[in-house]
Design a protein around this ligand. Sequence first.
Ligand code: 5GP
Ligand code: MG
Length: 193
Amino acid sequence: MHTDVNKILITREGLADRVQQLGREMTTLYLGLDSPLIIITVLNGSMVFMADLIRHMPITMNLGVLGVSSYAGATTRSQGAKIVMQLDTDIRDRHVLVIDDILDTGNTLRLIHEDLGKLKPASLRTAVLLRKPARAPSDVTVEFIGFDIEDRFVVGYGLDFDGRYRNLPYIGVLKPDCYQASAAGTEPAGRTM
Ligand code: 5GP
Ligand code: MG
């Protein structure tokens, strides 16, 4: 275990099992579409989840990306979401599945749903790897949820703190000293996706 991690919340094996299960459910739902499913990955936190997930989905698909930032550098509370990289794919009349890492306050997904909804997709669904039910608002709907977790700041499997820890193979709780020391000692480094 990484020395900055307090405890492992979801193991590598736990992630692999659940992601496989989600991939199967999505495959059943989207099988037989008349055009390729469009999978939109919210950068950067969802890259690892998406990469594992799509390899459990033997259906025709196209991939797109969207950049949203919610944390100003070295902080652990959302500062309000902002689109920092526009969608690179035409989604009009297409079936769209948005992949995000975690549903916390819902600011990020509310913004994405509003934006993508205007582009008139045939359908728009969302999958999140993690949800913090203690904080998630009732007006933001997600169709697929990997795991509900407690309201702790987690890293790994794509999720970062100040750009770090995305490559950890598990979801772990970051030691509070790590972000307290960092927040006190450095200026926020600008928005990270
Ligand atoms: P929301 O906009 O729902 O408050 O937050 C969603 C975004 O905030 C996520 O896509 C993720 O980038 C970030 N986020 C929320 N909670 C956590 C957390 O516990 N750990 C990390 N690393 N990022 C989080
Ligand atoms: Mg994110």
